[in-house]
Design a protein around this ligand. Structure first.
Ligand code: AHM
Ligand code: MG
Length: 342
């Protein structure tokens, strides 16, 4: 095509598919789809835009009083992780698509207020993963998963609706607030990434059908815990950073926000791990809010995720804030880790 015929502004993503258009397109392919799922995703995306806008102002906290400070009117202002939690709850609860929610920030299941209809889905999330990174302007993110309700009827959802394994997830994903903001999700038909265009206020499809490389050359783990790990975990890390006849030593990358470390691992390949250690006998990461949703995404991109013994998505949760060790990433790299720690 003659390049002079293109109509959009130079560099504009305007002619890409928006998240909304993509969801409608997927909905049309689904016989019997009611639009409930699409409606829920619109609300999650709206919450993501609101959170992204506040995250981008985080550095102004001391000037404007945006995060845990007292603002110019003398009112105390919410911390960003609490703000992110409240934003997701408020955006989603009125839609009539969920019967209950669960959040890393909240001890118990979050009911839908009586004045709003209850829907057939259950939304669970870590509203702002890696929030320790806010003050240093490094990437953070929101992680979420959607299940179908288990309890019958259309009344309020219960704890039973929340305690479901990753293999029953209908859709899961994350939003990363980084050098650009991205919405990445899977509803079981590939993993798709959308980049936010702040000038237009939309997420545009930028990474269609993401596939994780079969093997990478990077490992991502908090090696400061080395002396607290089991012999197996130590042996794995000793092995991965040595030159071997078949490969060079792996490179270490660790941001300290799982959503960001996972995003890099998904795009470039390799492995992210948070093993159990002497201090955290079951690991540190939350099964329902962190491990399970990202395991679902990773598997749908051709990757693997294990707690060292079994697939993350096969673990049956017994408590909302249950923790799990995690090895996630390229299938060959996870298989290597399991030879040492499994
Ligand atoms: P958070 O949910 O309180 O932010 O904690 C989870 C985070 C993960 O994002 C990250 O992978 C991990 O904690 C980092 O932990 P550590 O500082 O022990 O390496
Ligand atoms: Mg977290």
């Amino acid at each position: 095509m003659d390049e002079h015929l293109s109509v959009g502004p130079v560099g504009s993503t305007f002619f890409g598919q928006t998240l909304e258009q993509h969801l409608l397109h997927m909905q049309r392919q689904q016989a019997g789809a009611t639009g409930d799922f699409t409606g829920l995703f619109h609300q999650i995306a709206l919450a993501a835009k609101i959170i992204a806008s506040q995250v981008s102002k985080a550095g102004l906290a001391n000037i404007l009083g945006l995060t845990g400070d007292v603002n110019v009117q003398g009112e105390e202002v919410m911390k960003l992780d609490v703000f992110a939690n409240t934003t997701l709850v408020r955006c989603v609860q009125q839609g009539g698509h969920v019967c209950v929610m669960g959040s890393e920030e909240v001890a118990e299941p979050i009911p839908v207020p009586p004045q709003f209809p209850k829907g057939k889905y259950v939304l669970q999330f870590d509203p702002l993963d890696g929030s320790g990174n806010i003050d240093i302007n490094a990437s953070i993110g929101t992680i979420f998963s959607v299940h179908r309700r288990k309890t019958a009827g259309n009344g309020p959802g219960t704890l039973e609706d929340c305690l479901q394994p990753g293999r029953d997830i209908v859709a899961a994903g994350y939003v990363i607030y980084g050098s650009s903001n991205m919405f990445v999700y899977s509803a079981g038909q590939g993993v798709h990434g959308f980049t936010f265009d702040p000038a237009i206020g939309e997420f545009f499809l930028s990474h269609e059908n993401l596939r994780i490389p079969k093997r990478g050359d990077t490992y991502s783990v908090n090696e400061g815990n080395y002396h607290k790990w089991s012999d197996g975990v130590r042996a794995w890390v000793d092995w991965i950073k040595k030159d071997e006849p078949s490969r060079s030593a792996y490179r270490l990358r660790y941001i300290g926000a799982m959503v960001a470390d996972f995003h890099r691992t998904l795009l470039r390949g390799g492995i992210f791990a948070y093993p159990s250690d002497r201090k955290n006998a079951s690991g540190k990461l939350r099964l329902l809010y962190e491990a399970s949703p990202l395991a679902f995404v990773c598997e749908h991109a051709g990757g693997a995720a294990s707690d060292g013994q079994q697939r993350i998505v096969d673990i049956l949760p017994t408590a909302l804030h249950q923790r799990t060790p995690l090895y996630i990433g390229s299938p060959d790299d996870v298989a290597d880790a399991l030879r040492f720690v499994g």
